[in-house]
Design a protein around this ligand. Structure first.
Ligand SMILES: [Zn+2]
Length: 133
């Protein structure tokens, strides 16, 4: 099967269906709110503009989509069309994530990553970790 869109167009199209307020993030926000945790959203003052910031716990939560962030699960794979383009792009995303996480940790933040494919246990672990302080 050939891809009818050029890599640039495909990328533009796919970035449009990657809004800031994605499903898993909304679930996380509801859960945190219901559990009484206060957070800030998309803090531009911190490296990488983290999705969710819990200042009181000095914790940053990154909700990561498996495809875009090249997770080691079935959803994190290089597409079969425009392979070279995607391999580069996903590797760059992954590198940026590592740098962002390292920069946040260097500033004294705890970085908690929740993967889309593992949302349920990710959320549970997060709440447990926050409750434990
Ligand atoms: Zn995954």
């Amino acid at each position: 099967m050939t891809d009818v869109l050029s890599p640039a167009k495909r990328s533009k199209l796919m970035s449009r269906i990657r809004p800031k307020n994605t499903g898993p993030e909304l679930i996380l926000r509801r859960l945190l709110h219901a559990s009484g945790f206060r957070y800030r959203l998309h803090d531009h003052k911190l490296p990488g503009t983290p999705d969710i910031v819990l200042p009181k716990y000095k914790t940053v939560v990154q909700v990561r989509g498996c495809f875009w962030h090249y997770h080691t699960c079935i959803d994190g794979h290089v597409p079969k069309t425009n392979t070279e383009y995607w391999a580069k792009k996903l590797a760059a995303n992954q590198l940026r994530d590592r740098k962002t996480d390292a920069a946040l940790k260097a500033l004294g933040w705890k970085v908690f990553i929740i993967w889309e494919c593992d949302l349920g246990s990710g959320l549970q672990n997060l709440v447990d970790a926050l409750k434990a302080g």
